[in-house]
Design a protein around this ligand. Structure first.
Ligand code: NOJ
Length: 586
């Protein structure tokens, strides 16, 4: 009975309040209320990593170089990827760490040049095949389900030298060959494949190290990435699905673009346009009508006309390609860390040094017009100034995607994580209460997405298993549940305190009623919504010199602020009302 009224209360107070494809997440009660409950049976809890960031062994076992090896060996850069976290040699420890954390899945990526040193299937590197076979077997022997990403940014350097990389149409066929080889070689054991990780990041933000001031090359790169994805999915569908019975998806990243005023149609349109440029660029061809979003086609054309460019740099798909693209996925992986507030504007935006408008105004979406990207009052960032704390982005984005695209296939949260800025040679602070806060709040939002919004979410992957090479930042941005000692060649791993909390969440499949964990309560959720909980992640943080570091959470969390106090009060009053109505009705 109590559970029944409790559920009604939760649905009424926290549940669906929508304006079309947007959930009303401005409501502080919704954001600040802890929800008890568990995820569906069979839910996958894991961590995610990427080959370049952890493997090392950059030229061991006849591996060919990738564009990241090339970049990190440029004068002035430090080649952190040469050894990275040494997972090439320590993969068994990585698997054991999953066992120790009670996880049932691991998302890792295959290094294309480790299998095909020159990027083509003319030379197959047996050492590379052995490495991934060993890793996959070790996982399966320990009951851990692999989710394998085929491309996490480490393009074989030879393909860049010979063809210029993704800008060249030949890449579609080369990727198909590589994907086919992986399906044929590992697909008897691997049931979850992701073709690409975050195409927006390696295309729009990075351009594969191409100098591309007018962006036309990046639109072309994206075009080939989408075509390559569709080709790989169809290859699996035609030639492997019936015998292997697995699924092939793609991992797309996006910030959640929340309309500044949900009731203002202009802000809603601006937020929709923002999401279309960020997410829809890659999603619309695959889960939509097979083509780029209409608004994107129009805006690119109009913005280029203003610069007297009569030909749009956004390529066109043929009708046949649109049919081929559309529906070419079995699931969607979403990497989401943060959110932004979006409003309509006629003013030109300039790139802000605090990173709050980096996507729209700092050159990554140059043709997106009429959009102002900012962060909310009282928001704060964690680790790096593009990651603003906004756990509700999980509900926002999952709901948006489902509604906008009528998407009915499964979702996986393929990356969710928090990194702190520190110097890798400083002693680590293993008492990472900020990461405990982060996973508690973000996983609780994942539960709300399932329980309150009815989203078909099947897995949650923490970024990341162990501190690793954060691309150009090296090991000074640490996202791991385990610390990796980068001052020592053995790259020793040590669990951080957050590993224990993540283990509890995974083993209990969420936040069961009456579990009575000190870290999984309304009080702690409120504490975890405060800026001070994340202060140690920031580059300007100075460790207090007096007093020992706390090793346990303070027995009582800080007193609620007016805002959270008010939200609790609202929750309480509404709760009493709902229960009264339920009891009094015949
Ligand atoms: C997204 C990327 O997939 C991953 O490689 C990166 O390290 C994390 N975000 C954190 O920035």
């Amino acid at each position: 009975m109590v559970a029944f009224y409790g559920t009604i209360f939760m649905l009424v107070v926290l549940g669906h309040k929508t304006e079309g494809q947007f959930l009303d997440l401005k409501n502080m009660t919704v954001r600040d209320t802890f929800l008890s409950g568990t995820l569906p049976d069979g839910f996958l809890w894991g961590t995610a990593t990427a080959a370049f960031q952890i493997e090392g062994g950059w030229d061991s076992g006849e591996k060919g170089p990738s564009i990241w090896d090339w970049f990190s060996h440029l004068p002035g850069n430090v080649p952190w990827g040469d050894v990275a976290a040494d997972s090439y040699h320590k993969y068994k420890e990585d698997v054991q760490m999953h066992v120790d954390t009670g996880l049932n899945s691991y998302r890792f990526s295959i290094s294309w040049p480790r299998l095909f040193p020159d990027g083509t299937n003319t030379t197959i590197n047996q050492y590379g095949v052995d490495y991934y076979n060993n890793l996959i077997n070790e996982l399966k022997n320990n009951g851990i389900e692999p989710l394998v990403t085929l491309y996490h940014w480490d393009l074989p350097q030879k393909l860049k030298d010979r063809y210029g990389g993704w800008v060249n149409d030949t890449m579609v066929e080369l990727f198909e060959n590589y994907a086919r080889f992986c399906f044929a070689t590992f697909g008897d054991r691997v049931k979850y494949w992701a073709t690409f990780n975050e195409p927006w990041s390696f295309v729009a933000a990075l351009g594969d190290f191409n100098h591309d001031p007018d962006y036309s090359m990046r639109y072309k790169m994206a075009h080939n990435v989408i075509r390559a994805h569709a080709r790989a999915w169809h290859t699996y569908d035609d030639d492997f699905r019936s015998s292997q019975n697995g699924s092939v998806g793609i991992v797309i990243s996006s910030m959640w673009g929340e309309p500044a005023d949900l009731h203002n149609p202009a802000d809603r349109q601006a937020a929709t346009n923002y999401m279309e440029f960020f997410f829809g660029w890659f999603a619309n061809p695959i889960i939509g009508n097979g083509d780029y979003p209409d608004v994107m086609k129009r805006m690119v054309r109009e913005s280029r006309l203003k610069q007297n460019q009569t030909v749009s740099p956004l390529p066109e798909f043929t009708e046949e390609e649109k049919l081929y693209n559309s529906g070419s996925t079995d699931f969607l992986g979403i990497n989401t860390y943060t959110a932004r507030i979006i409003s309509a504007t006629n003013e030109t935006q300039t790139c802000h040094p605090d990173g709050h408008n980096f996507a729209s105004a700092c050159g990554f979406m140059p043709d997106l017009m009429g959009v102002k990207e900012s962060v909310g009052p009282g928001w704060f960032y964690m680790g790096s100034n593009i990651f603003w704390f906004a756990p509700w982005n999980i509900r926002g984005i999952l709901h948006f995607v489902r509604e906008r695209y009528n998407y009915t296939k499964p979702f996986y949260l393929s990356e969710v994580g928090i990194g702190e800025t520190y110097k890798y040679h400083s002693p680590p602070n293993l008492n990472d209460t900020w990461r405990m806060c982060f996973y508690m709040t973000y996983a609780n939002e994942a539960l709300k997405a399932v329980k309150l919004d009815g989203v078909d979410l099947r897995g949650f992957y923490a970024w990341t298993l162990l501190d690793n090479v954060e691309w150009g930042s090296g090991p000074d941005q640490a996202f791991g549940l385990y610390h990796t000692n980068f001052t020592h060649p053995s790259r020793q791993r040590t669990p951080k305190r957050s590993q224990g909390l993540y283990r509890t969440i995974a083993q209990e499949n969420g936040f069961p009623e009456n579990a009575n964990h000190v870290w999984m309560t309304q009080e702690w959720l409120e504490w975890c919504h405060m800026e001070e909980a994340y202060a140690p992640t920031r580059p300007d943080y100075v460790e207090p010199t007096s007093g020992a570091r706390p090793t346990q959470p303070a027995p009582k969390p800080p007193v609620s602020t007016a805002r959270t106090g008010q939200s609790l009060m609202t929750t309480g009053i509404l709760g009493v009302l709902v229960v009264l109505v339920a009891i009094c009705s015949p």
